[in-house]
Design a protein around this ligand. Structure first.
Ligand SMILES: [Zn+2]
Ligand SMILES: [Zn+2]
Length: 245
């Protein structure tokens, strides 16, 4: 997300070199990154942090205490390098007003974010085990949203993944199925929502057309075919810039 020349990073899950090249592809000078906020300690969210932090030691790192400890154990970046917050307590970084909120996932104290800048509110929640009302009320405040649409339950069931992993993914501290994401939007998104990106799609257990169809059906039911819908690809750069409602 960017505002007034400042850029806010959510997580640091790709290697630093890839992050820098994607910044350039998106027209963002990485030296404008002022802070990174973290959702949780899984590898796909912190893999690039150690190198990034070495290269850009001036970028502030924000996490709650359990996440900071868990990220530190995984990456070697000292827990005392993080500026701490508590879920539910808003804080400000440069032009960004940030509200971290709790989400269910199988890690210590995972986080979703509402970020407000230039009058636009951005919602960010991936790695969400269940479509809880407490997440929906935050989605209701969003003009722009990134929401996990992780898997299709049938594809997950039929995949070669070990049974324990399948159980974990579909468990209520795992990941959101396409229909769960569609339910959250149908039930909670308000007239404010203009743009929605589906994220964290499983390669093996989802297909972009299924994620898109589930969400388009929800938007149609709501009479909201005007919402600009896009699907984020792990290996690609989104052309979206935030904020722009
Ligand atoms: Zn995760
Ligand atoms: Zn993840």
């Amino acid at each position: 997300m960017e505002s007034g020349g400042d850029v806010l990073l959510v997580d640091c899950g790709i290697c630093c070199r890839t992050l820098l090249s994607r910044c350039r592809a998106a027209g963002i000078d990485p030296r404008r990154i002022v802070a990174a906020v973290f959702t949780h300690n899984h590898d796909d969210h912190v893999k690039g942090l150690a190198t990034f932090h070495k290269r850009f030691p001036g970028v502030e790192l924000y996490a709650n205490i359990m996440t900071a400890d868990a990220i530190s154990a995984r990456t070697g970046v000292g827990a005392d390098e993080f500026i701490l917050f508590e879920n539910g307590q808003s804080f400000t970084v440069g032009p960004f007003d940030i509200k971290p909120f709790s989400i269910p996932h199988d890690v210590p104290d995972p986080v979703g974010y509402l970020v407000r800048a230039e009058g636009v509110t951005y919602f960010h929640a991936t790695d969400v085990g269940a479509p809880l009302d407490s997440i929906g009320v935050n989605l209701a405040a969003a003009d722009v949203a990134t929401l996990e649409s992780n898997h299709d339950p049938v594809m997950l069931m039929q995949s070669n993944r070990p049974e324990a992993l399948k159980r974990r993914i579909r468990g209520d501290r795992g990941h959101l199925a396409n229909d769960d994401a569609a339910y959250l939007v149908r039930r909670f998104a308000s007239a404010r929502l203009k743009r929605l990106a589906l994220a964290h799609l499983s390669r093996e257990c989802n297909a972009p057309h299924l994620a898109e169809a589930a969400m388009r059906a929800a938007l149609r039911e709501m009479g909201r075919c005007d919402v600009e819908l896009s699907l984020l690809d792990q290996d690609d750069v989104s052309t979206w810039s935030y904020p722009r409602a």
